[in-house]
Design a protein around this ligand. Structure first.
Ligand code: NAD
Length: 480
């Protein structure tokens, strides 16, 4: 079986303890590679290498940093097909999705920040000819970047690119559930000539590898994307150390369809928002609120659309949904569906595991599932499920739907479908989430600040906000 290796100080190395964990292919349910079960000693080596590299990298002219990042993006594209296959095999998602979303977004992230660092500006405040104040932004040191399994390379590069572009060095810990694209990326860094120690990638479990990274005294920045429970833990251990902390956490996102919406468009988006990537996108619309006048017609149209989705072999071009990421995750989703039944919900589509043929028979496939009849405030409608499951809820008025939409502890994203411009803006302003889409979903402009309210996160990433996060600001006052 192929052994994934850590990337430390420019080299691919075994974990110091020599221990490995099985890495499973969710589409077959079989282990297919080995992942380092790294510990504190590997993190210490990686942080040491990153600290050493920071001395030169932080002083490397921006143009040179930008050029190296551009080369890295080009090299990712050279290995595009290999990355698509690896992402699909590691995660269970359809190759077509990896080819259209995940993998193209990785070089796009890197190019975006390679350009942004050249066009960044700083603030200046003039004091009636007596003095000028300007804000100097400087790299901080070694950034700890921790990423989840749902969009593995996309989210890893979303952190690494601004951190490195701004002149920091990085120790990254990708999810142990989907390590393969990060491993291929470390080989790509070597091929592209990224100076040693600028990026280090250490694989392993959250408790054994992640904890020593976030609590290391020499990682003053921690950028984390993952679940809210893990985010709380990281906040609790890093806050007393006064680290710069960014948390991108879970969501339970409302998708609100008013009766005046463009019906077909809203049905199409509702299906995409619920089931893309097997519902494993933090921005998925898992609570679908439909205005009473169109409730039944909309429900039936959604069921008709979703029942045509093909759950199948991720390597087939016709497949819409592949496998969910792991056995544990599949069981968690199926338990939530059972809970929905216990709470009085009616499963109007799907609701079960799907067993495929041949070597896919042990894969972790779940049918697209639509539930109706649950109260908006029950557990199933309040807690993140993170699977191909959507709960539909009727509403009468704007006020009522705003109250229901805002009832969860999360506040990541929301979608509103209406042809009434004023209502769209009004509801957008009233919804408690960091991102609101009107008449669309998952349309991302890399320049906009991205992040969640309430328990969906802390801080904003994206565009120049990321460069701000990965730098320390200093105000200089000059007396004239
Ligand atoms: P997770 O919290 O279990 O793990 C995320 C990462 O944290 C992994 O690399 C894991 O190894 C690491 N980790 C776990 N315990 C740790 C610890 N004690 N110290 C340091 N690191 C630790 O999340 P997941 O299951 O991989 O991802 C799914 C979650 O991520 C969902 O809740 C989803 O909504 C969220 N997510 C949020 C965004 C966003 O931008 N807001 C994007 C994608 C995913």
């Amino acid at each position: 079986m192929e052994k994934i290796l850590n990337y430390i100080n420019g080299e691919l190395v075994e974990p110091k303890n020599g221990k490995y964990l099985d890495n499973f292919n969710p589409s077959t349910g079989k282990p297919y590679s080995l992942i380092p079960d790294s510990g504190k000693e590997d993190i210490d080596l990686a942080v040491e290498a990153a600290k050493e590299a920071f001395i030169t990298w932080s002083k490397t002219p921006k143009q040179n940093r930008s050029d190296i990042l551009m080369k890295l993006a080009d090299t990712i594209e050279k290995h595009f097909d290999e990355l698509v296959k690896a992402e699909s095999k590691d995660n269970g998602k359809p190759e077509t999705l990896a080819a259209h979303v995940d993998i193209p977004r990785a070089p796009a992230n890197i190019r975006f920040f390679a350009g942004a660092i050249l066009h960044n500006s700083s603030q200046m405040h003039e004091m009636d000819g007596a003095a000028i104040n300007y804000t100097l932004r400087q790299p901080v040191g070694v950034a700890a970047c921790i990423s989840p399994w749902n969009l593995p390379l996309y989210l890893l590069t979303w952190k690494i690119a601004p951190a490195i572009a701004a002149g920091n060095t990085v120790v990254a810990k990708p999810s142990e559930v989907t390590p393969m694209t990060a491993y291929l990326f470390s080989k790509i860094c070597i091929e592209a000539g990224l100076p040693k120690g600028v990026l280090n990638i250490v694989h392993g479990l959250g408790s054994r590898t992640g904890d020593p990274l976030t609590t290391h005294p020499d990682t003053p920045i921690v950028s984390f994307t993952g679940g809210t429970v893990t985010g709380k833990h990281i906040a609790s251990v890093t806050s007393p150390m006064f680290k710069k902390l960014s948390l991108e956490l879970g969501g339970k996102n409302p998708n609100i369809v008013f009766s005046d919406a463009d019906f077909d468009k809203a049905v199409s988006f509702a299906s995409r928002a619920a089931f893309t990537n097997q519902g494993q996108i933090c921005l998925c619309g898992s609570r679908l609120f439909i205005q009473e006048e169109i409730y039944e017609r909309f429900r039936d149209a959604l069921v008709a659309k979703a029942s045509k989705l093909i759950v199948g072999d991720p390597s087939e071009a016709s497949t819409n949904l592949g496998a969910v990421v792991s056995k544990e995750h599949m069981e968690k989703i199926l338990n939530k569906i059972d809970l929905a039944k216990v709470l009085g919900g009616k499963i109007i589509l799907g609701g079960d595991r799907k067993i495929l043929d041949g070597n896919l028979k042990d894969g972790y496939y779940i049918q697209p599932t639509i539930i109706e009849g649950l109260p908006f405030d029950c557990e199933v409608n309040q807690e993140e499920i993170f699977g191909p499951v959507v709960s539909i809820i009727p509403f009468k008025t704007e006020e009522e739907v705003i109250e229901m939409a805002n009832s969860t502890k999360y506040g990541l994203s929301a979608s509103i479908f209406t042809e009434n411009l004023s209502r769209g803006h009004r509801v957008a302003a009233a919804i408690e989430s960091g991102v609101v889409w009107i008449n669309t979903w998952l349309l991302r402009d890399l320049r906009i600040p991205f992040g969640g309210m309430k328990e969906s996160g802390l801080g904003r990433e994206g565009g120049f906000k990321s460069l701000e996060f990965f730098t320390e600001s200093k105000n200089v006052c000059v007396k004239i």
